[in-house]
Design a protein around this ligand. Structure first.
Ligand SMILES: Cc1cc2nc3c(=O)[nH]c(=O)nc-3n(C[C@H](O)[C@H](O)[C@H](O)COP(=O)(O)O)c2cc1C
Length: 244
C-alpha cells in the first residue's frame, strides 16, 4: 500500500510513538511518505481565494501545498496525526488543511479521494480528542475519503515512557485490528455519508449555476470541474468509469 503520513507535530513524543506503532501494525511492504508540520508547510492561508477561482497551483504557498497534495492524491491510505492542543488540532495542522478548502465537495473535489482510506491518530493527557479528530475528519469527509478510522488515546501522562503498559498494549491491539480492517478491503467504495454529501453538493452546484446564469455570469470554476468530471451527467466518482 502507498501510505502518506501528515504529522501534526515535529516532536518525537507520544504522537510520534503512536504513529510508529500503527505503521508497524500495517506490516512490511508498504511505501511510506511522511510530512512533518510546520516544517513542510510553515505558511498560513492568506485568504486570497486564488485556489477557489483557479486551482492550488496558483496558491502563494504552492511550493509547500502542491507536493503534499500530490502525495495525498497518490496514496491508498492517509495517516493524519495530531496531539490535542487546547481541545483541538495543532495550529500547523489546521494551517495545512485550510489550504485545501477548495478540495471540499462544496467546491472541486478530486475523484481519487472516493477510493481512499484514512486513519486519524490523536492523544491527550486527558480530554479533547473527539474535537481534535473531528477537526481533521471534517476535511477528510468533505474531500470524499471513503473510510476514516479514528485512533485516540488518553495518556494521563505527559511522556510516552510513563504511560501505563496496559494502556499501550490496548492501543497496539487497536492498531492491529484497524490495520487488518484496512487491508481486508479489496475494493474501496465510499460509505453512505460520503455518497450523501456528494449528492447534496451536486444539488448545491446546480442551484449556484442556475443563479449564475440568471445573473448573466459564466459558470463557476467549481461547476466546470463537476461538469468536466461527468458528475453533472450522472457519473459518480466511485463508479470506476474510465475518465478522459
Ligand atoms: C499547547 C498545548 C495544549 C494542550 N492542550 C491539551 C488539552 O486541551 N487537553 C489535554 O488533555 N492535553 C493537552 N495537552 C497535552 C498534550 O495533548 C499531550 O501531552 C500530548 O501527548 C502531546 O503530544 P506529543 O508528546 O506528541 O507532543 C496540551 C499540550 C500542549 C503543548
Amino acid at each position: 500500500m502507498k501510505i502518506t503520513v501528515i504529522n501534526g507535530t515535529e516532536r518525537k513524543g507520544c504522537t510520534h510513538a503512536m504513529k510508529e506503532i500503527f505503521l508497524s501494525a500495517m506490516g512490511e511492504g508498504n511505501s511510506v511518505r511522511e510530512y512533518w508540520l510546520p516544517r513542510d508547510c510553515p505558511a498560513f492561508c492568506t485568504g486570497c481565494k486564488a485556489c477557489y477561482f483557479n486551482n492550488i497551483e496558483v496558491c502563494p504557498h504552492s511550493q509547500y501545498t502542491v507536493p503534499v497534495w500530490n502525495d495525498i492524491l497518490a496514496a491508498d491510505l492517509l495517516v493524519f496525526t495530531s496531539p490535542v492542543y487546547v481541545f483541538h488540532v495543532t495550529a500547523q495542522m489546521k494551517a495545512l488543511l485550510d489550504h485545501y478548502g477548495t478540495k471540499w465537495m462544496a467546491h472541486s473535489p478530486e475523484r481519487e479521494m472516493f477510493g481512499k482510506q484514512a486513519v486519524i491518530i490523536t492523544n491527550a493527557i486527558g480530554q479533547g480528542m473527539g474535537k481534535t479528530a473531528a477537526d481533521i475528519k471534517d476535511s477528510l469527509d468533505f474531500w470524499g475519503v471513503a473510510h476514516t478510522h479514528i485512533i485516540k488515546l488518553a495518556l494521563f501522562q505527559a511522556e510516552w515512557e510513563k504511560v501505563d503498559v496496559r494502556r499501550k498494549n490496548n492501543f497496539q491491539k487497536n492498531c492491529m485490528r484497524i490495520s487488518e480492517k484496512i487491508q481486508s478491503r479489496k475494493k474501496v467504495k465510499p460509505r453512505l455519508k460520503i455518497k450523501g454529501l456528494f449528492y447534496m453538493m451536486k444539488t448545491v452546484q446546480k442551484m449556484i449555476d442556475r443563479a449564475e446564469r440568471r445573473a448573466g455570469r459564466e459558470p463557476t470554476t467549481d461547476w466546470q470541474h463537476w461538469k468536466k468530471n461527468g458528475w453533472m451527467d450522472g457519473k459518480k466518482p466511485w463508479s470506476g468509469e474510465i475518465y478522459e
